[in-house]
Design a binder for this molecule. Structure first.
Ligand code: 4AD
Ligand code: MG
Length: 468
């Protein structure tokens, strides 16, 4: 078989030139389907570069019967052929094969993706193969585009990407239960005089965990570079088996010096709109596929977010609306409670029918570092609430005053010795600053219209699930 430079299927379907027609091209990919009759076979070939497959037409008289037999769903093949304009609907070009090599066959008896229309639940059990479905191809390409757009947005707006540690010695954030990192012998750990595990003998000479957030370190960066962001994996060991929680998820955390809560909200809204606009402009084939297959409101909803202002509302007013709603909630509402996703979604989907940024939460349900309001009861927190998702962003203005911050950590029982380095930023050249965290998979859930967070990350980590 002649060696010809490979073209991607995306390139051939979307970017072929008039002079390509009639020439011999090469494509490689995985067979999605094969149909036909005793004279001719039509193979739908996909290489993941685009949601669409290219049609390969095989004149059976020209090929070995043994080769034809191996061209089954899931097989990987290498094809040379003439590029021709397609008469079939919805296809711009197709390939009339002149030579075929089988890279890898896929036994029709045992290949798990033999049929179309598997449930998403079934596909989760074969997470190692599900990228080969149109659905996961679309989700993974959108995920890539969003990661790229995030870096682009920050780069274009003068932010520096700060790599914060994955293994941390601090658990001050209090964002959730942590996964311990240790090299001690689990069967027989060294004990100290009080018969507790002696972490002084552990790898780092102290207790360490996987990070729940890069924020505290991002603040250190912002107090030098002004505008920074983190984008990395975060870990929470809560046993929350919901369609919106993962034990390992990715978070984007901008942290900005000389930024008050209003500017923080402006940044969050502009950032989210930019990302959604980016998806609409750059991922429309995949969005149209997902719109057709899973969620016929998807593209309308994305456009709606881009075109409308988010509502900005005090927590206290939010509670009043929920109390006056006459709605029966599973978790009762009163001033001081942490909002559940049912409350957030009521405000967004039923009451305002728009994204909502809720601010000025009670201090007792928020982290120690949030800036206290004059009332002494609420803090300058802001959560961005989205349709179908609930909380997509959580953020705040930070307490920059050393005395007030010390008072808060004492009230909350955080030992000063654990956060001395954090407090140093308030000791030396403190400045007003704010930031937020965007859950990357919550964003992907929203942009793809998928309904379970396990279906927007290649290999989900949830309680009792770390197979792949
Ligand atoms: O609201 P959270 O806990 O905020 C923080 O961690 C702050 N340090 C952020 C900051 O101000 N820099 O988490 C931020 C976002 C949430 O709004 C949600 O989108 C997502 O992270 N998130 C999760 N996503 C998936 N699975 C989980 N278990 C998540 N927990 C939070
Ligand atoms: Mg939160």
């Amino acid at each position: 078989m002649d060696q010809i430079k490979r073209r991607t299927i995306k390139d051939l379907l979307k970017a072929h030139k008039a002079e390509d027609i009639g020439t011999i091209v090469n494509v490689k990919g995985w067979v999605r389907t094969k149909r036909g009759n005793k004279n001719v076979a039509f193979v739908a070939l996909n290489d993941g570069s685009i949601v669409h497959s290219i049609q390969i037409v095989l004149d059976l008289a020209n090929f070995d019967e043994e080769v034809i037999k191996l061209i089954t769903t899931g097989a990987c093949i290498n094809v040379n052929g003439t590029l021709v304009e397609s008469l079939g609907q919805g296809q711009s070009v197709e390939i009339q094969a002149t030579a075929i090599e089988i890279y890898g066959s896929a036994d029709a008896e045992t290949y798990p993706l033999q049929k179309k229309g598997h449930t998403l639940e079934f596909l989760r059990e074969i997470a190692h193969l599900r990228p080969r479905t149109n659905t996961f191809g679309a989700v993974l390409r959108i995920r890539h585009a969003m990661a790229f757009a995030i870096h682009k947005y920050f780069n274009d707006n003068g932010f520096y990407y700060l790599h914060t540690p994955i293994i941390t010695g601090s658990d001050a954030e209090g964002a959730g239960a942590m996964f311990r990192v240790t090299t001690l012998d689990a069967q027989n750990p060294p004990l100290n005089e009080e018969k507790h595990v002696d972490y002084k003998q552990d790898f780092f000479g102290k207790e360490t965990n996987l990070t729940v957030s890069g924020q505290l370190e991002a603040e250190l960066g912002a107090m030098a570079l002004s505008n920074v962001y983190t984008f990395g994996p975060t870990f929470r060991a809560e046993n929350s088996n919901t369609p919106r929680h993962l034990a390992e998820f990715w978070m984007i955390e901008p942290e900005v010096a000389f930024c008050e809560i209003q500017d923080d909200m402006d940044l969050a809204e502009d950032f989210l709109k930019y990302l959604i606009r980016y998806a609409l402009t750059n991922c429309i084939d995949d969005l149209e596929f997902l719109n057709k297959m899973y969620d016929e409101e998807l593209i309308t909803r994305l456009n709606f977010i881009v075109d409308n202002d988010f509502v900005r509302l005090d927590y206290t007013e939010g509670i009043e609306i929920l109390l006056a709603s006459g709605q029966k909630f599973e978790f009762p509402v009163s001033w001081g409670v942490d909002l559940q996703s049912e409350h957030e979604r009521y405000l967004v989907e039923k009451h305002f029918k728009k994204p909502v940024i809720l601010t000025n939460y009670p201090k007792d349900i928020k982290a120690f570092y949030m800036k206290m309001n004059e009332d002494g009861k609420t803090v300058r927190a802001m959560d961005v609430l989205f349709p179908k998702i609930g909380e997509i962003i959580g953020g705040s203005q930070r307490e920059e005053n050393l005395e007030k911050l010390l008072k808060r950590i004492t009230e909350m029982g955080i030992p000063e010795k654990d956060v001395w380095w954090y407090l140093d930023t308030r000791r030396f050249g403190t400045a007003p600053h704010s930031g937020f965290g965007l859950g990357f998979e919550r964003l992907i859930l929203f942009v793809t219209g998928m309904s379970n967070i396990r279906d927007v990350i290649p290999f989900p980590r949830t309680p009792m699930n770390a197979e792949f």
